[in-house]
Design a binder for this molecule. Structure first.
Ligand code: GCO
Ligand code: MN
Ligand code: MN
Length: 388
């Protein structure tokens, strides 16, 4: 029996808001008691996680005094030291307070935009104090219901100005942050700006210092938009922009479900984990999910175990897939290359263009070739379901 024990090298992290979720939804009141940040750190250590991530207000209430803040942060750091739990990522809550009801960085109100910047700088100070090196931006309220009220191009511009400003703030303070922007198509807004990973990648290229900014893709967010998450992650990876990842699970086209990783889309998640492991992604594996509303504390602990266990099971299946002789033979057959067109690999030259133009192709032969993807997909299924 394989060992599915989580270890620090797996870099499994949970947000304070994930295992700390109290089961409130738009139709119903909380179903479980809050857990203090210090107790969450202890719980994460017990289940074998590596790190904890947080929004400023997951730890420090928005109306805390400076003295209260310092005490809370000191207690939290003590719990981190005691347990060995690290804090690799921090972020700002720019969505809960009514001040942000029509956006933070993209609000029409200059005072709200300025307050959002100030709140983020303070939260960056906090993250730096806890050792975070990744700073996430999820623009939950940056969007609209009423497109008559806001010019979306203005929204893009305002978001850019904010990120440019905060990049400089990070550098000015030697925080060493890398920013990870997290797209989502909707919820809580009807439409959120920069709805997908591709959209965010396009935006990043327009920043003053695009080097220090990447993405934080989330399974649920691309699935809500009906998109292939693996493809989004692969594009981000190929662009050198996969700075962080939010793992959870979600049916296509539904409300924001935030299910336990591996609980819903098994084949998609398998391919995702195989990709992350094969390319050597070495960032956090962050679970941005929460337990069902029906769970109490002991089942929340099971939820946390489950996220990490599912990842490790997928990882084991990926190794099995990679070591399977029949699968590898099929892949070799599918990717066969006799080197005849290698002259195209170095890009354009007049000689290459002339040679290519003079080539006769067996178009009918190419079309008639059998691609054994049915067999390959069934073998994948058999690996996943443990019958191979
Ligand atoms: C959501 C988002 C958030 C962010 C978090 C960190 O759908 O609510 O995924 O959980 O990830 O705010 O930036
Ligand atoms: Mn989410
Ligand atoms: Mn998220």
């Amino acid at each position: 029996m394989a060992d599915y024990t989580p270890k620090p090298e797996h870099k499994f992290t949970f947000g304070l808001w994930t295992v700390g979720n109290i089961g409130r939804d738009p139709f119903g009141e909380p179903t479980r008691d809050p857990i203090s940040p210090v107790d969450i750190v202890r719980m994460l250590a017990e289940v074998g996680a590596w790190g904890v991530n947080l929004h400023d207000n997951d730890l420090v209430p928005i109306d805390a005094t400076a003295a209260e803040r310092d005490q809370i942060v000191a207690d939290f750091k003590w719990a981190m030291d005691e347990t060995g739990i690290v804090c690799p990522m921090a972020t700002t809550n720019l969505f809960a307070d009514p001040a942000f009801k029509d956006g933070a960085f993209t609000s029409n109100d200059p005072a709200v935009r300025a307050y959002a910047l100030q709140k983020t700088m303070r939260s960056m100070d906090l993250g730096a104090e806890l050792g975070a090196k990744i700073y996430v931006f999820w623009g939950g309220r940056e969007g609209a219901e009423c497109d008559s009220a806001k010019n979306p191009a203005e929204g893009v511009k305002r978001f850019r100005e904010a990120i440019n400003f905060l990049c400089e703030y990070s550098k000015d303070n030697d925080y060493g942050y890398r920013f990870a922007l997290e797209p989502k198509p909707n919820e809580p807004r009807s439409d959120i700006y920069f709805p997908t990973v591709g959209s965010m990648l396009g935006f990043i290229a327009t920043l003053d210092d695009s080097e220090m900014v990447g993405v934080n893709p989330e399974v649920a967010h691309e699935h809500m938009a009906g998109l292939n998450f693996l493809h989004a992650v692969a594009q981000a990876w190929e662009a050198g922009k996969l700075f962080h990842i939010d793992l959870n699970d979600q049916m296509f086209g539904r409300y924001d479900q935030d299910f336990r990783f591996g609980s819903m889309m098994i084949k998609q998640n398998f391919h995702l984990v195989r990709f992350l492991e094969d390319v050597g992604y070495d960032g956090s594996r962050h679970f941005d999910a929460h337990a069902y509303r029906s769970s109490q504390y002991e089942d929340v602990v099971e939820f946390a175990h489950g996220c990490m266990r599912s990842y490790l099971v997928f990882k084991e299946k990926a190794a099995q897939f990679n070591a399977d002789g029949e699968i590898q033979e099929l892949l070799a057959e599918i990717n066969a290359d006799d080197g005849r067109y290698a002259y195209l690999n170095s890009g354009y030259s007049r000689a290459a263009a002339d040679q290519l133009k003079a080539t006769e192709f067996d178009r009918a032969g190419m079309g008639a070739r059998n691609l054994p993807y049915e067999r390959l997909d069934q073998l994948t299924f058999d690996v996943l379901l443990g019958v191979r």
